[in-house]
Design a protein around this ligand. Sequence first.
Ligand code: NAI
Length: 337
Amino acid sequence: MRTIVIIPGDGIGPEITDATVEMLKSLNLPIDFEYHTMGANALEATGELIPQETIDAIAKYEIALKGPVTTPIGGGFRSVNVTLRRHFDLFANIRPIRGFGKVPRRYDKVDLIIFRENTEDLYAGIEEQISEDEAHSIKVITAKGSRRIAKAAFEYALAHNKEKVTVVTKANIMKLTDGLFLESARKVAIQYPGIALEEILVDHMAMELVLDPSKYGIILTENLYGDILSDLGAGLIGGLGLAPGANMGKDVAVFEAVHGSAPDIAGKDLANPTALFLSAAMLLDHMKYYKEAQAITTCCNLVLSQPSNFTRDLGGKLGTKEYTKIFIKRLREVLNA
Ligand code: NAI
């Protein structure tokens, strides 16, 4: 029996984690769930945004499924997500972007995966107030950090028979930092002679993805650009409700959707849990439950092939609970087929 740490989070987090745990339980796998807190609700209950017992549980079980959390703006709080990723050195943020079923989208064929460096860049949180009129933020890029995310992207390309990796930077302007990221990617690419390294500047990439995403597959990039391009990618496939993700370190892995805590729809049974379902599929894949992981993805395609199954963010009418019920029923059919 393996234990997964469940962190419901804030806003829509508890609704979509409840739905996801229900979906996972329906698979009858030898998995236990242990609940821990993080974010605004943890702050209220314990005075800490990330309680020590949550850190200890993640360290012990090395695998977590996390709902989105709200980081209070200002007040000297460091982002919960940034702190967590740095604490466990979750250096690879892997975010697949794929269209499902009949969800309305601009392009039918979108099949991207973003490999985003997750611990450095402007997210290192080194900021300084110089005067009332001036503030600085320091961009940190290391060769070690750049090489290991590049290696993760190339290893994925190798395992999935892909011909190229597209590295995205702004190395023409930030010659030292982005220059180092690019140079590190080039050095890693040499070790993979069958896979091309395509180099694109981030502004150009934003336009390219909107014009024709089918030209791209694996995107390798820094922390900030990766964050922005993942939301852009979510926009290409019908919205944030469909974009999953994984934060991978050497030992620990934390799975979560790209989207945030969506306070505007929290507690109203309006959240689309699909992004967290797909994050759970990535978790099962990581645990080597390949059949069940694939079944969840297949089920997304089947369920979302019927517009009557759409949640409100996709233009439909279903609430979180009703959608989850339909999804689980269909998942059982997929697994029994
Ligand atoms: P957001 O992703 O929470 O919401 C953006 C828009 O998308 C909203 O209109 C929301 O209703 C909609 N949306 C998001 N997920 C949805 C879903 N599953 N189903 C239906 N609609 C959905 O981004 P926002 O508003 O910028 O951030 C809100 C809070 O979330 C902030 O406190 C932010 O710090 C936090 N956040 C947390 C993240 C995490 O824990 N991984 C990631 C991003 C933001």
